[in-house]
Ligand binder design. Structure first.
Ligand code: CP
Length: 335
């Protein structure tokens, strides 16, 4: 049994097999390879795309989705081991994972970091504790990484610019009114480096570098795949010659849990917005974003409405890649 917690655990060939299967699911109906199965979807945080694409995808595979919102429509969950449970949580992840493993063929979880202490959140302990106690595959629907988004991004890159090796991929930080999760940025770095792209990480200040576990993985994977990773604060140099622009906003880790201080650092950098002038510097690049996106904050209307914007394709690909991943985890393609 395998989990889908991070793409670091999966080889490029294994991920490419999922991407290929996703393309075939998109081109022709999948049949019902998971007929009779059930998948639990646990949301500790809001979602539009993840919830809709998983619910529809599970349905299209012939399976049933059990959607739970712990702390809202379901009992709150304690994830820490060995605690005296005299707080708000009514049950422990040990029982939640054990019970859902008896009912379901996989358990998916969205659990954002708590934005208090990065030295704790960087360990991704919540989803790891679910995987530890579950006896069925566990799927990460976004924690400090977003591996389902990674698959959708790489499917979209391959659809639009072909083989990714050696293509210039720019991951640009953008301004946002509040500090956001680093998960999608971490994930973009992981998947682009695994697939041999020449990555430019564009940040306004070194405080916006990603956690060293992801920077190190990016450098190591890039070296292994024949790609590269460089960091710059130079907007013009970053966009020049780019073939794929990927935008995301995230909080500065040295100010994690201190949003007022982080806001002062962030304030002068509104000009990192993706606009038509910057896109004109590229080599006819495609632009994408994981969504949701605040228009005219992260990217202009002109960029979002341009033919080169493939964000909706990436969102659609969430459906196809997740179906392929679930068949791999639950069905091994043999049902
Ligand atoms: N991209 C993404 O995960 O979207 P949601 O937060 O709406 O699920």
């Amino acid at each position: 049994m395998r989990h889908f917690l991070t793409t670091v655990d999966w080889s490029r060939d294994e991920l490419q097999a999922m991407l290929d299967r996703a393309a075939s699911f998109r081109d022709q109906p999948a049949g019902q390879p998971l007929a009779g199965c059930s998948v639990a979807l646990l949301f500790l945080n809001p979602s539009l795309r993840t919830r809709a694409s998983f619910e529809v995808g599970v349905f299209e595979l012939g399976a049933h989705a059990v959607i739970l919102e712990p702390g809202k429509g379901a009992w709150g969950i304690e994830f820490e081991p060995g605690v005296v449970m005299d707080g708000d949580a009514e049950e422990h992840i040990a029982e939640v994972a054990g019970v859902l493993s008896r009912y379901c063929d996989a358990i998916a979880l969205r659990a954002f970091p708590l934005f208090k202490d990065w030295s704790e959140d960087r360990k991704d302990r919540v989803i790891k504790s679910l995987a530890q106690h579950a006896s069925v595959p566990v799927i990460n629907m976004e924690t400090i990484v977003h591996p389902c988004q990674e698959l959708a991004l790489m499917r979209t890159i391959q659809d639009h610019i072909g083989r990714p090796d050696g293509k210039k991929f720019v991951l640009t930080w953008t301004w946002h009114p509040r500090p956001l999760n680093t998960a999608v940025a971490n994930s973009a770095l992981l998947i682009a480096s695994k697939f041999g792209m020449d990555i430019t990480l564009l940040v306004p200040d070194n405080a916006y570098l990603l956690d060293e576990q992801f920077m190190d993985a990016g450098f190591e994977q890039a070296e292994a795949s024949g790609g590269s990773l460089e960091v710059t604060t130079d907007i013009e140099a970053a966009y020049s010659g780019a073939e794929f622009i990927y935008a995301k906003s995230w909080g500065a880790l040295p100010y994690y849990g201190k949003p007022e201080q982080e806001a002062k650092l962030r304030e002068p950098f509104r000009h990192f917005i993706v606009d038509e002038k910057k896109m004109a510097l590229t080599d006819n690049a495609r632009f994408s974003h994981c969504l949701p996106l605040r228009r005219n904050i992260k990217a202009t209307d002109g960029v979002m409405d341009a033919d080169y914007c493939v964000a909706l394709d990436e969102a659609e690909n969430r459906l196809h890649v997740q179906k392929a991943m679930m068949v791999e985890l639950i069905g091994k393609g043999e049902r």
